[in-house]
Design a protein around this ligand. Structure first.
Ligand code: FAD
Ligand code: GLY
Length: 378
């Protein structure tokens, strides 16, 4: 065997699992079609937002997200120590604001849901909100402070996990596309790359994000149906003094769903659209307009800041909006870790720790048991 385990995809899912396995002495290779993090992972804003992004009736996923948030501080400490990379973990909390009547009603509804679920979120009058975050518009009608919703810099998170993985002895193969998973008698044998080269392993983890269904070699229905939900993003200078110091957003349930995430290196990341447009990589005038307008409504000071960059990313979303994490029963040695949708950066620690533990011990930790591949996820 070339390796004990091959992981397809070097996004946060593949890198996190690979790093944890390599740390525990397993011989692991991660094979990435492009460069590390070039999928959804470096396109993300990096918000760790189970409370401000809570969706109605998705309690299992919320439980997984909260478990991951709980692990974040330790995970970051371990990762920064292992890699020497600072991931810009900021714990200043998130402010949701309402500017028009629709947003005020959405804010009210979401706050009632927070109360029902016992999630910590504090209602604020406009004055209280502006006292906490002076950059907010004088036109806001009210706000909600979510003290536990933090953020990281996803680019640095990816760099840190790649470094930690290699320092732990893992093999990173970039610019190598896996064309198919090879099996014999319902057991994994390895992978074949686009150039025809073969790599053997007794375990293969598919962590290919929104491109998962393109991988060949497996019977129909084995890989989950994951589709790309496109997000357009942009970034501006933060200004001096900074125009905003917290993550600020409008309620998740309103459109356009705009957020601003200030980073320590002087950028404000502004997102994001949610579009069903396949893998179209070019941002649109309308999408960028909506983001700039939404950001300016909430934080008017952004108007004068330099626009630095625009980009798009592809959230890996399953039919039931739940991640798929675990072994495939019908093919020995085949594992899946994808479908994290809008919250894959948040779910990085739980994915890395729980999936690696399952691979090493052969038994599924309770925290991911409900997300095992099954007919509903395919
Ligand atoms: P990816 O990062 O997409 O990685 C998959 C990798 O597999 C890619 O690098 C790809 O090149 C590689 N690959 C695919 N096919 C092959 C193949 N055949 N062979 C080899 N390699 C292959 N989440 C949050 O928690 N907070 C946020 O604030 C947040 N904001 C977001 C904003 C946007 C605009 C987007 C798009 C996403 C956001 N997300 C956020 C979601 C998060 O980015 C994703 O859930 C997460 O990055 C998914 O990670 P992944 O490793 O599964 O997939
Ligand atoms: N979680 C933020 C986004 O997906 O846009």
């Amino acid at each position: 065997m070339d390796h004990e385990t091959i992981i397809i995809g070097a996004g946060v899912a593949g890198l996190g699992i690979g790093w944890q396995l390599a740390e525990r002495g397993m011989d692991v290779a991660i094979v990435e079609r492009d460069t590390v993090g070039s999928g959804a992972s470096t396109a993300a804003a990096g918000m760790l937002a189970p409370v401000s992004e809570v969706e109605f009736e998705e309690d299992d996923r919320l439980e997984l997200e909260l478990a991951s948030l709980e692990m974040y501080a330790d995970f970051v400490a371990e990762l920064e120590e292992a890699s020497g990379v600072d991931v810009d973990y900021q714990t200043t909390g998130t402010i949701i604001v309402a500017i028009d009547r629709d947003e005020a009603e959405a804010l009210d509804r979401i706050h009632r849901y927070h109360d029902e679920l016992g999630l910590e979120a504090h209602g604020m009058t406009p004055d209280e909100a502006r006292e906490r975050e002076p950059g907010l518009s004088p036109n806001i009608r009210g706000g909600l402070f979510c003290p536990g919703d933090h953020q990281v810099d996803p680019g640095r998170l990816v760099d840190a996990m790649a470094q930690a993985f290699e320092r732990a002895g893992g093999t990173l193969v970039e610019e190598a596309e896996v064309e198919r998973v090879e099996t014999e008698y319902d057991s994994v044998e390895g992978v074949e790359l686009a150039g025809g080269e073969r790599m053997t392993a007794s375990k293969v983890v598919v962590a290919a994000g929104a491109w998962t269904p393109d991988i060949e070699g497996l019977p129909d229905g084995v890989l989950p149906h994951v589709r790309p939900v496109r997000g357009e993003m942009l970034e501006c200078d933060r200004g001096d003094p900074s125009v905003v110091d917290h993550v600020v957003r409008v309620p998740q349930q309103t459109r356009p769903n705009v957020y601003l995430a200030p980073k320590s290196d002087g950028r404000i990341v502004v997102g994001a659209t949610s579009e069903e447009r396949g893998f179209d990589t070019t941002p649109t005038a309308g999408g960028i307009y909506e983001l700039l307008r939404g950001a300016w409504r909430a934080v008017p000071g952004i108007y004068d800041e330099h626009l630095l960059r625009t980009w798009t990313g592809f959230r890996p979303v399953t039919l039931d909006n739940r991640p798929v994490l675990g072994p495939v029963d019908s093919i020995d040695g085949l594992w899946i870790a994808t479908g994290h949708g809008r919250n894959g950066i948040l779910m990085t620690p739980v994915t890395a720790r729980a999936v690696s533990e399952a691979i090493l011990t052969g038994s599924m930790p309770d925290v991911i048991a409900k997300f095992a591949p099954n007919e509903d996820s395919l």
